[in-house]
Ligand binder design. Structure first.
Ligand code: NAD
Ligand code: UDP
Length: 312
């Protein structure tokens, strides 16, 4: 099998590349390194089945030949990244997704597109099922990301219909693990690095907002199951164990063995979802997939990774 991973030098993309190589695939990773890391791009450099191409996927993607799968993970993903890069985020969701589709069509491949729970916005339905249309502010601070991802879903769906392209949409919920950037601003790197330094946890709002955290290995298994068994409908991929940020900080304090107090440092950012939990019934029935790694099990290698990153 030959697989192409767009966004292959990113956090999830690099784990996916490792798993595809382990599966025996030939892998081409394409990434502009906008928010990804050269280290991730180079980590499989010695493998003759691996090739890396630095390229912005908003322009035609210069990869020739047949492939079984094109995974499209290219996009800034953390709130501070897309706040800094709003136009790049909109471009990659629109023009980049279009190039990904054209590439998949040329290669005779299935497109597996990384969408997000952000398509549900600040959800008024809980837990979120794929049938829910969402509650998104089209001009708010998160809209560059949310609407780019919603547009991308519309584009993938229409393109697949018009060109009879096999396409899959993964709605990914908060995912964590080694290789996240310590400074990406997301709550997992923020809280783990704060605990390791013995600092207080910087909570936005009062900490009662909820999230559900999925370990990256589980998420990658979900993407592979989606490639194999999915159909044209979007599928939620995430861990349904939901907790408040206060409970999350407590869990991290236990796993790290230290950490300060929970301190509210600023109001909840505008449009920050107050609750989030995936309904994964479709993933269970269609793909036979569900997460296997508990939060405590997933945090152990994540904490070890951040300890090395911070040289602590
Ligand atoms: P990441 O920032 O680590 O990875 C994204 C990669 O895409 C980076 O390596 C970046 O350089 C690359 N990229 C961005 N724009 C590009 C362009 N125009 N051309 C080529 N490469 C480009 O983020 P991640 O957390 O690994 O997220 C991967 C995908 O999964 C994203 O599409 C994101 O929206 C989606 N997702 C992630 C999460 C999560 O919790 N991590 C949740 C929901 C959805
Ligand atoms: N958050 C926080 N402190 C931080 C970083 C994030 O309280 O240092 C909150 C953020 O406001 C949100 C939740 O943690 O309510 C998850 O944020 P993250 O950026 O990880 O992902 P999101 O789910 O918002 O995309």
């Amino acid at each position: 099998m030959r697989s192409i991973v767009l966004g292959g030098a990113g956090f999830i993309g690099s784990h996916l590349v490792d798993r595809l190589l382990a599966r025996g695939d030939e892998v081409v990773a394409v990434d502009s390194l906008l928010t990804g890391r050269r280290d991730n791009a180079d980590r499989n450099g010695g493998n003759p089945r691996y090739q890396f191409l630095q390229h912005d996927i908003c322009r035609p993607i210069p990869v020739d030949g047949r492939a079984e799968a094109v995974f499209n993970l290219a996009s800034p993903a953390s709130p501070i990244d897309y706040a800094k890069l709003p136009l790049e985020t909109l471009d990659v969701g629109s023009m980049g997704t279009r190039q990904a589709l054209d590439l998949a069509r040329r290669a005779g491949a299935t497109l597996i597109h990384a969408s997000t729970s952000e398509v549900y916005g600040d959800p008024l339905e809980h837990p979120q099922r794929e049938e829910y249309f969402g509650n998104v502010n089209p001009i708010g601070p998160r809209s560059c990301y949310d609407e780019a991802k919603r547009f991308a879903e519309a584009l993938v769906t229409s393109y697949a219909r018009v060109h009879r392209l096999p396409a899959r949409i993964a709605r990914i919920f908060n995912t964590y693990g080694p290789r996240m950037r310590a400074d990406d601003g997301r709550v997992v790197p923020a809280f783990v690095t704060q605990a390791l330094r013995g600092e207080d946890f910087t909570v936005f709002g009062d900490g009662t907002q909820t999230r559900s955290f999925c370990y990256v290995d589980d998420l990658v298994s979900g993407l592979l199951a989606l490639q194999e068994k999915g159909d044209s409908r979007p599928v939620n991929l995430g861990n349904p164990r939901e907790m408040t940020l206060i409970e999350f900080a407590d869990t991290i304090r236990k796993v790290v063995g230290k950490g300060g107090r929970v301190r509210s440092v600023r109001p909840l950012p505008e449009n920050d979802p107050k609750q989030r939990r995936p309904d994964i019934t479709r993933a269970r029935t269609l793909l036979g997939w569900e997460p296997k790694v508990s939060l405590e099990e997933g945090l152990a290698p994540t904490v070890a990774y951040f300890r090395r990153e911070l040289a602590l």
